[in-house]
Design a protein around this ligand. Sequence first.
Ligand code: HEC
Ligand code: HEC
Length: 150
Amino acid sequence: MNMLVSKKAIMITVVCAAMVFAQTFAQKEQHKEEKPQNLKVLPKDISEEDLHTEMRNYSRALGVRCNYCHEGQKIEGQERMKWDFASDKKEDKEVAREMIKMTAALNKNFISKIGDGSLRQVTCVTCHNGNAHPINSVDSLKKDAEPSKH
Ligand code: HEC
Ligand code: HEC
């Protein structure tokens, strides 16, 4: 290798390294922005993965989509919605916060204290069963449901 080529090689290596560094840095910055800004009930240090699992569970438990509790806007000519997950504008988000506290209290103060404490915990789906409004009358049950025999 002559001098000229090796100098060129070093230059290329340096430029590539700088690009990789810039890319990584940009991704980190983006990630920072995605960090939850407005958690009042869930643990503030919750991992992104756990937060999303939790959110998906709420949605499935109630049979709704994210926009039931979160502000989302459709942007002209764009496939993806623009979300403001930190916003508290939607009333159902506030209701959901109370529901999270209620569910935790039910488990802590009651379910775990019954018997030897081995009863299964209450979760959103226990009551909601895929509906935003849980049924609250036995008359809503399927007519053909037979009482179970012990
Ligand atoms: C039943 C209501 C409900 C549904 C449905 C729901 N969320 Fe949430 N979400 C909440 C509540 C309540 C909080 C705030 C929790 C707190 O205060 O600790 C929250 C917080 C968040 C945050 C953190 C925002 C911030 O910056 O503080 C993100 C991100 C988020 N939700 C994403 C989603 C996504 C994605 C979906 C759909 C898959 C979804 N949520 C569905 C109720 C809901
Ligand atoms: C012990 C039963 C129970 C549990 C557990 C429960 N909920 Fe509820 N939830 C209700 C009842 C009852 C209502 C009132 C429904 C109505 O008035 O039609 C309700 C209403 C709601 C509403 C308002 C629906 C609307 O549009 O008015 C939201 C949002 C909600 N619950 C979210 C949750 C979430 C999220 C969880 C889990 C963290 C949860 N709930 C756990 C019983 C429960």
